[in-house]
Design a protein around this ligand. Structure first.
Ligand code: F6P
Length: 319
């Protein structure tokens, strides 16, 4: 294989640049040319493809986002759109493709590999919601961003006797809420696995205040679970805390990647090149029990996501 390409797709994630850099560095050492595809699958279909030079990946390791740009392209499910993408690669003699993104990105890669393009996936999403891998690129930075924000909110919470109801990202997965709940020492987390009993939360707020003498309270809710503003209003009306709500939003997704994400991305980028050069199409790179391994994309997508029972137990024992 003499020419390969890389694209980033879906929500950007800190560490994607580290993966692009690793792919470029490792491949060019082996005499393989690397092409950057700009703006995800949209750029692939439209031919926004350029040969990368070593200098293009210099000084990007510490940068958040993705130098290649990203997009979401629901139409990529259509055969005809996929064929356009394949033609763009063939016209340029590109024999292998690495895609970095979440499960939507993986589905596109699976289709391409079933149509004869040698394709490998790398998990890049802050949500940590890709089955088959214990960690995704960007998760640790997003977690750091949440902890940093909650530390600041806690100062006001303690000073003003307030309860903050904080919405974090994660799509439908609970990892960001669960891990940040543990790391921030929140009083409650609300995820699809905890369920939501509003009356119980109100009752417990009084308990924390009267019995435990707490001056602050932090509630972390996964997005798409509750209306954080309404809960904060009810806390103000029915407890001694004054309630405030905040949606952390895209602040969580930005910024310089933490070392864990840079290292994970570098390991995964290197491994993805090896898979491609061994013609192992339709695979994704995973981290399992501290080892970088390959799994069939189909198997990873069809895995049932595990409920993180021990982490929930830990959270409950720490409150
Ligand atoms: O997948 C990453 C993510 O940030 C999710 O946590 C969130 O649900 C979604 O993307 C937001 O998408 P957008 O940036 O398109 O608003």
């Amino acid at each position: 294989m003499k020419k390969i390409a890389v694209l980033t797709s879906g929500g950007d994630a800190p560490g994607m640049n580290a993966a692009i850099r690793a792919i470029m560095r490792v491949a060019s050492r082996k005499g393989v040319e690397v092409y950057g595809i700009y703006d995800g699958y949209t750029g692939l279909v439209n031919g926004k493809i350029e040969k990368l030079k070593n200098i293009d990946v210099s000084e990007i390791l510490s940068r958040g986002g993705t130098i290649l740009g990203s997009s979401r392209l629901p139409e990529f499910k259509e055969d005809q759109v996929q064929m356009q993408a394949i033609n763009q690669l063939k016209e340029r003699g590109i024999e292998g493709l690495i895609v970095i993104g979440g499960d939507g990105t993986y589905r596109g890669a699976l289709e391409l590999s079933q149509k004869g393009i040698c394709c490998v996936g790398i998990p890049g999403t802050i949500d940590n919601d890709i089955n088959g891998t214990d960690e995704t690129i960007g998760f640790h930075t997003a977690l750091y961003n949440i902890v940093d924000a909650v530390n600041k909110l806690r100062d006001t919470s303690s000073s003003h006797h307030r309860c903050f109801v904080i919405e974090v990202m994660g799509n439908h997965k609970d990892s960001l809420a669960l891990y940040s709940g543990i790391a921030c020492g929140s009083e409650f987390i609300i995820t699809k696995n905890t369920g939501y009993d509003e009356d119980y939360i109100i009752q417990m707020m009084d308990y924390y205040e009267k019995q435990q003498g707490k001056k602050h309270a932090i509630i972390i809710a996964s997005e798409k679970m509750i209306d954080v503003e309404k809960l904060a209003e009810r806390i103000s009306k029915e407890t001694h805390f004054s309630g405030r709500s905040i949606v952390l939003g895209h602040i969580q997704r930005g910024g310089s990647p933490v070392p864990q994400d840079r290292i994970l991305a570098s390991q995964m980028g290197q491994y993805a090149v090896e898979l491609l050069l061994n013609h192992q199409s339709g695979y994704c790179v995973c981290k399992k029990d501290n080892h970088i391994v390959a799994r069939k994309i189909e198997d990873a997508l069809n895995d049932v996501s595990e409920i993180q029972e021990r982490m929930y137990q830990l959270f409950n024992e720490l409150v």
